[in-house]
Design a protein around this ligand. Structure first.
Ligand code: NAD
Length: 283
């Protein structure tokens, strides 16, 4: 088991990320004394996302032991890696890179994290027909997670309809038994009455992006509603859903579950998810 951990978060404009505190806090609680989790911010270096793989290769050569990868680098790093896990290959996106026996191996814990968060936070969620709004990095991980969890029908919408179509095509290619449809944004609200679940995977609801991705008047009590946005933890969408009587899942569940899965891949140590949730609430 490795005892020295030098981990980098690779992304652009990541100065306010909660990940360093979440990971370092867990490392300290486990007594990992030779542990560092630091930012490798492309903005600070004046580099575009396409150079993320190079940054990882150079840091690896300098002795860094693993990487977390975030927006907008999750696709860009793939060309620099030696191997991909099944989930990472399926999604075409990497958020964790493990250095193992001189090789760089890409994983995706956004996928496993959404699934774990859903199972923990909404264990009884009916996956018959789920509407996902937002088909970027988070949305594609959510769509694959729902498909692998047994969703029967997935409805995908994005303001950029080509993105919605791309995710729908890829999910239906990987899971041919599932009905996958793209929904124009102006038809999402009208279609919710035939859905059992709704996931927001757009940035709408984040601090600085107020509002809801769907008209809250279209929510109904038999719908479960999940948000991937975690800052704030209670988004306008989740508030409206709770008022409507919906079961809800906040983005903190996915955040902690993906961070815990990544922590375990990078350190080989078991993370205490309850402790990480408590820690997140204090940040
Ligand atoms: P992204 O830019 O890759 O994707 C966002 C997508 O939303 C884009 O395709 C964009 O076209 C679409 N979009 C934007 N506004 C829209 C609207 N009004 N209606 C429909 N579609 C719209 O970003 P991302 O990395 O997927 O991140 C999205 C959000 O998810 C961010 O708030 C991020 O913090 C959060 N996130 C949370 C977790 C977690 O663990 N909880 C993990 C990853 C991302």
């Amino acid at each position: 088991v490795r005892t020295t951990h030098r981990i980098g978060l690779v992304g652009a404009g990541i100065g306010t990320s909660l990940s360093p505190a979440l990971h370092s806090g867990e490392a300290a609680a486990l007594g990992l004394t030779d542990y560092r989790y630091e930012l490798l911010d492309l903005d600070d270096r004046g580099l575009p996302a396409e150079r993320a793989g190079e940054v990882i290769r150079e840091a690896h050569a300098d002795g860094w032991t693993g990487f977390n990868v975030t927006h907008p680098c999750k696709q860009a790093v793939i060309g620099a890696l030696d191997e991909l896990s099944g989930n990472a290959r399926l999604l075409g996106a990497v958020n964790t890179v493990v250095a193992e026996d001189g090789k760089l191996i890409g994983h995706n814990t956004d996928h496993s994290g959404f699934l774990a968060g859903l199972r923990r936070g909404l264990p009884a969620a009916d996956l018959a027909a789920v509407q996902v709004v937002g088909a970027g990095g988070a949305g594609s991980a959510v769509a694959y997670a729902l498909a692998s969890a047994g969703a029967s029908e997935l409805r995908i919408a994005d303001v950029d309809s080509a993105r919605a179509a791309d995710v729908a095509d890829r999910v239906s290619g990987a899971f041919p038994g599932i009905t996958t449809v793209t929904v124009p944004l102006d038809r999402v609200a009208g279609g919710l009455d035939r859905c059992t679940g709704l996931v927001n995977a757009t940035p709408i609801g984040m601090t600085g992006h107020p509002g809801t991705p769907v008209d809250p008047g279209a929510l109904h009590a038999s719908l479960w509603v999940a948000d991937v946005v975690y800052r704030p933890i209670r988004t306008e969408l989740l508030d409206a859903a709770e008022r409507t009587g919906c079961a809800v899942l906040d983005g903190g569940q996915m955040l902690v579950a993906q961070a815990a899965d990544t922590f375990e891949l990078l350190t080989g140590r078991s993370a205490d998810r309850a402790r990480m949730r408590t820690h997140l609430a204090e940040l």
